[in-house]
Ligand binder design. Structure first.
Ligand code: FES
Ligand SMILES: [Fe+2]
Length: 352
């Protein structure tokens, strides 16, 4: 399906990396929403994100060096602070004046929360006032310094919309995700009935009993239920509770470019031993997501012109709402209308 170039949803937080990916005194370079970004942490531990482009000649700042306080461009040695401001131009003679405070690499609001790094992409290129920035996703019941016990990221060579679609598509699991620990491929489909209701910037599948065939749920005790929330820009948060324990699962889709995206899956829980399963968990996340990736890539065929997907009731209702939410968010970002959530509360039924 053809996507408009650089038509990313803005005015939102995007998951950029795991907090431990950016050590003190180090920088990493990432492309997100088609923008090259240098993400770093000063020697004192302060997180920052600036455009990975030197304002002098456009060379990536990530090709230079970082001494824990400032980035030095590899070409002419201009130095930039963590807020992107130019601090020094080595070739400038003392009697030649340049307003250094007017030279800067644009910076991004960024934060570290519960072991994840988030970057805010403002609606306009100008930086948004911090007071106008909504809070980043937070898992209630877990402290600020909690970290995901299991974490995995998979790169998809396709548009983020194609990657996000699988997160809200209940009908593919029986055909794509077959494994001994989840469910047998194409096992008997079961009629599901759930309540779908509006949530902030998305929708929620109200708390419901989980499928008994999944053995992993038994770790949480009895009467295990799940509540699933989807938010723009591409976040799915599932809270699974039993009578003994709780697990939060976050799935996050981050656009890289028009033909690439990252999908992260991570889990927080009060099962103290869960982090011991981290290597095994990462293996299953990668296996699970690579099954999704295979079909996401096949469905991302921009050369097929005038293709319009068919949305059937009720298995595709979330995909339809996702498209409507995106359109409503874009209209609101353009200042054409206030953001209106099109989701209405209803009972939904499908076989999956
Ligand atoms: S290109 Fe960066 S200092 Fe010249
Ligand atoms: Fe899937």
């Amino acid at each position: 399906m053809a996507h408009k170039p650089n038509d990313w949803l803005r005015g939102l937080w995007y998951l950029a990396a795991r907090a431990t990916d950016v050590k003190a005194g180090r920088v990493i370079s990432k492309q997100l929403l088609s923008e090259p970004i240098l993400i770093g942490r000063t020697a004192a531990g302060k997180l920052f994100a600036i455009r990975d482009v030197c304002p002098h000649r456009g060379i990536p700042l990530s090709k230079g060096t970082f001494d824990g306080e400032a980035v030095t461009c590899c070409f002419h040695g201009w130095r930039f602070g963590p807020d992107g401001r130019c601090l020094e131009i080595p070739s400038l003679a003392p009697d030649r004046k340049v307003r250094l405070d007017r030279i800067r690499a644009p910076d991004y609001a960024c934060l570290e929360s519960q072991g994840l790094l988030w970057i805010f992409f403002p609606k306009h290129t100008a930086k948004t006032d911090t007071k106008d920035i909504p809070p980043a996703p937070f898992f209630n019941g877990f402290p600020e310094d909690a970290a995901p016990q299991i974490f995995g990221t998979v790169s998809y060579p396709c548009h983020a919309d194609n990657a996000a679609y699988n997160l809200m598509d209940p009908a593919h699991a029986a055909f794509i995700h077959g494994s001994w620990w989840w469910r047998r491929k194409q096992s008997r489909l079961i009629l599901k009935e759930k309540i779908l209701e509006p949530a902030e910037r998305g929708w929620r599948i109200a708390r419901h009993k989980v499928a008994r065939h999944n053995r992993a749920y038994r770790l949480l005790g009895r009467d295990v239920t799940s509540e699933i929330t989807y938010h723009l820009p591409g976040l799915r948060i599932e809270e699974i509770r039993g009578d003994k324990h709780v697990v939060f699962g976050l799935s996050a889709v981050t656009p890289v470019s028009e033909h690439a995206s990252e999908v992260t899956q991570c889990f927080y829980s009060d099962l103290p031993w869960l982090h011991w399963l981290s290597p095994v968990g990462r293996h299953f996340i990668k296996k699970f997501l690579s099954q999704d990736r295979a079909v996401a890539v096949l469905s991302d065929q921009p050369q097929i012109e005038n293709f319009r997907p068919i949305h059937i009731p009720d298995a595709d209702i979330q995909a339809r709402y996702y498209a409507q939410l995106q359109a409503a968010w874009r209209r609101a970002s353009d200042g054409k209308a206030a953001f209106h959530n099109p989701v209405r509360r209803q009972v939904v039924r499908w076989y999956s």
